[in-house]
Design a protein around this ligand. Sequence first.
Ligand code: SAH
Length: 351
Amino acid sequence: MINLYGLEMNKLIKLMEEEGQKPYRATQLYSWIYEKKAESFDEMSDISKSFREVLKEKYCLDLPTVYTKQVSKDGTIKLLVELKDGYKVECVLMRYSYGCAVCVSSQVGCNMGCSFCSSGILGKQRNLAPEEMMGQILLINKLLKEENKGQHVTHVVVMGTGEPFDNYDNVLDFIRILNHPKGLAIGARHITISTCGIVENIYRYADEHLQTNLAISLHAPNDELRSRLMKINRAYHLDKVMEAVRYYEKETKRRVTYEYLLLEGINDTKEHAQQLIKLIKGTMGYVNLIPYNETNKFPEFHRSSGNRVHAFLDYLMKGGVTATIRKEFGSDIDAACGQLKAKVEEENRDE
Ligand code: SAH
């Protein structure tokens, strides 16, 4: 069975043509599932009964299920979503003044092995299919609909578990469905992909000429430290990452966001700030400083104190680099990276 939620428009058109249908059939299906939110083929009243039978035989409209749901005092919702084969992934809804943003996972587990990140502990189990990423968004949209406040997902960040550029084709299909005017019609500028720096796919992504946002997880301003914190740096050194960033900027005219996690005593000194300024000088990008979410898995890493975070921000600003501090959500509900999944699995083990 082919899941309709995983088909970007061109693929759907092709499949419809193979069925002897006109291309507009694909638009009609998109409109039923994304605009009218039909959950079964029987609702699709302007499609002939006989073709609906064909659709039912070969296609499905399956969503993953909600395994656990946590709601924070600030309205943040964190779902642990169960996939068809029992694997579970997390997604988080964050409410901003400008809209509803969802952080989606792109893989079950992750192979990047960053030394501070819980998502990598067990390695990658598998890639998520486009319909499994769409599924996370659609489940959140359903919850928002139930709230009856007229809200829906307006922004998407691919910053949950997994490395999106290690699942490139599926993530791109997912983005195309989100962005398609007859799909969820989420503007490209409201979509952000975050990568730890898989250089060849930064080039590939630049060549797509999308108007989406790209975030690069830097976390360290020199190769020695970055290779210690992030295994990926041993394959792609910082000069290669920065070369790719410059190419991306040239091709897309978009600036990247550099993500910089502040770890006390490790990457948060004045020297680090100065190295960071030097590293990114001449690019258009700006720095997003991320307070570290501590976990008992890595007792060696601590979040930098508020004073140090602000001092770091000051150094950057004085050095001519634009920087912001990442707003935090859901601190009362394990909303931090990989932590709900880790907790549920721990509890299940104890039973
Ligand atoms: N693999 C991609 C996207 C997923 S991780 C990437 O590396 O960008 C999303 C972001 O969360 C990355 O910047 C990652 O380094 C960061 N992160 C990982 N563990 C964290 C933690 N405990 N606290 C705060 N940020 C964390």
